[in-house]
Design a binder for this molecule. Structure first.
Ligand SMILES: *Cc1c(COP(=O)(O)O)cnc(C)c1O
Length: 380
C-alpha cells in the first residue's frame, strides 16, 4: 500500500464489529477479563489501548518499522530513547550540535546527573561523528535532519554505517520531514523519533510524540519503557493524531510548495541578509537532502539586516502568528534565540549562528499570496 492510501485510511479498519470508518475512541482505563488467565489483548490503558494501537500500527507502517510507540509528547519520546542507554561502560550519546532546545535541556539537566554523557557535534560532518565513535564509549547517536533552525543536513546512511561499525544505535529525530518525505529506517537508522505535535498532528491541537523502531527487539524495549515510565498518549489525543495523519501527505506537499515560494521571496529581499531553506538550489544542504529525501519540508529561517527590526516584525504580522511551534496548517513565526533555543549556552548560539537577527518561519497551507504580502508589509 502506498503511503497516501495508508494515511487516508488511518484507523479506518479498526472496528470490524460496527465498521466505523473513524477509529473509535476507547476512553477506558481498564478492560474486563473473560476469565482468569484470559485477556482480550487489552488489560490496562497504560500498557495498551485500542485507539493508541490503531495509531501505533499506522506509524509503524508509515516508517517501515516493526513497532511504534506513541508518547505524551515529543520530549517523552526522546526520553524513552535516551533510557535505552543502559550499558554502564558506554554512557556517551552523540547528538547534533544544534538540536531542538528541549533535547539539550533533557540531556544536560536530567540525564547528565544520572551518568549519561552527551557530546554535541555537527552531525552533518560524518567524520566528526566517526571521531567520537572511535573513543569506544558511545551507545547512541541522535541526529536531526535537517537541523533547526540552521537546517544543516546529515548523511543518514553514512551515520548508520559509522554507528553500527562502533556497535552504537542511530536514532533520527525526523520531526521536520516526517515519513512522507524521509524514512530514516530505510537508510539504516535503528530508530525514528518524532514530536507528533508538529507535522504528524498538523493542526496545533495536540501535544504528542512517537518512537518507531526497525527491529522488533528494540521496539519491545521501547514499549517496556513506555509502560514502565508511563508517559503514554491518551486515547483522545491518539484519535486527534489519527485524524491529522489522514491529510499528512497533502499538507506536506502544499506546505513545502509555499515554503519554497517564501524562501525565494526572502532571498531577493534587500532587508534579508541570509535565508536558510534546503529547498533553495543554492542552499548548502540542498543536494545532500534531495539525495536522501523526497522533499525539503516547510521550515524557513532567515536573517534580517538589523536585530531591532525583529520585535517590530513579530508584533505586526497578521497572517503569520507569533508562536512557538511548527508543522501545523497555520503559519507561525518564531524567534529561536529567545524561544526554542534559549536553553543553548550563549557562546554555542553565537558559534552556531543563532543570532538575534534570525527568525524562523513554519509555513502553513494558507494561500501563499497572503503569506507573502504579510512578510512584505512587516519588512517594509
Ligand atoms: C518540538 C520538537 C521536539 C519536542 O516535542 P514536543 O512534542 O514539544 O515535546 C523535539 N524535537 C524536535 C525537532 C521538535 O521540533
Amino acid at each position: 500500500m502506498e503511503q497516501e492510501t495508508l494515511l487516508a485510511q488511518a484507523g479506518s479498519r479498526n472496528d470490524p464489529v460496527t465498521g466505523a470508518l473513524s477509529a473509535p475512541i476507547y476512553q477506558s482505563a481498564t478492560f474486563r477479563h473473560p476469565a482468569l488467565g484470559e485477556s482480550t489483548g487489552y488489560d490496562y490503558s497504560r500498557t495498551a489501548n485500542p485507539t493508541r494501537t490503531a495509531l501505533e500500527s499506522t506509524l509503524a507502517a508509515l516508517d517501515g518499522g516493526s513497532r511504534a510507540c506513541a508518547f505524551a509528547s515529543g520530549m517523552a519520546a526522546l526520553d524513552a530513547v535516551f533510557r535505552l542507554v543502559r550499558d554502564d561502560a558506554r554512557r556517551r550519546v552523540v547528538v547534533t550540535e544544534d538540536p531542538y532546545g528541549g533535547t539539550v535541556r533533557l540531556l544536560d539537566q536530567l540525564f547528565r546527573p544520572s551518568g549519561l554523557v552527551p557530546t554535541y557535534v555537527d552531525t552533518a560532518d560524518t567524520g566528526a561523528v566517526e571521531a567520537e565513535l572511535a573513543r569506544g564509549d558511545v551507545s547512541l547517536v541522535l541526529a536531526e535532519i535537517p537541523t533547526n533552525p540552521l537546517l544543516r543536513v546529515a548523511d543518514i546512511a553514512a551515520l548508520a554505517r559509522a554507528a553500527h561499525g562502533a556497535n552504537a544505535l542511530l536514532a533520527v529525530d525526523n520531526t521536520f520531514l516526517t515519513p512522507v518525505l524521509f524514512r530514516p529506517l530505510d537508510h539504516g537508522a535503528d530508530i525514528a523519533v518524532y514530536s507528533a505535535t508538529k507535522y504528524l498532528g498538523g493542526h496545533n491541537d495536540v501535544v504528542a510524540g512517537a518512537v518507531v523502531c526497525r527491529d522488533d527487539a528494540l521496539g519491545q524495549r521501547v514499549a517496556f519503557v513506555q509502560n514502565a515510565a508511563g508517559a503514554v498518549l491518551g486515547p483522545m489525543d491518539a484519535w486527534l493524531l489519527l485524524r491529522g495523519l489522514k491529510t499528512l501527505a497533502l499538507r506536506m506537499e502544499r506546505q513545502a510548495e509555499n515554503a519554497l515560494a517564501i524562501a525565494e521571496f526572502l532571498a531577493a529581499h534587500p532587508r534579508v541578509t541570509a535565508v536558510r531553506y534546503p529547498g533553495l538550489a543554492g542552499d548548502p544542504g540542498h543536494d545532500r537532502l534531495l539525495r536522501q529525501a523526497r522533499g525539503c519540508g516547510a521550515v524557513v529561517s532567515f536573517e534580517v539586516d538589523d536585530a531591532e527590526r525583529v520585535p517590530h516584525i513579530l508584533k505586526r504580522v497578521e497572517i503569520f502568528s507569533f508562536a512557538e511551534s511548527l508543522g501545523g496548517v497555520e503559519s507561525l513565526i518564531t524567534y529561536p534565540a529567545v524561544q526554542t533555543h534559549a536553553d543553548l549556552a550563549a557562546d554555542v548560539r553565537d558559534r552556531l549562528g543563532i543570532s538575534n537577527r534570525l527568525v524562523r518561519l513554519s509555513v502553513g497551507i494558507e494561500n501563499v499570496s497572503d503569506l507573502l504580502r504579510d512578510l512584505e508589509t512587516v519588512l517594509e
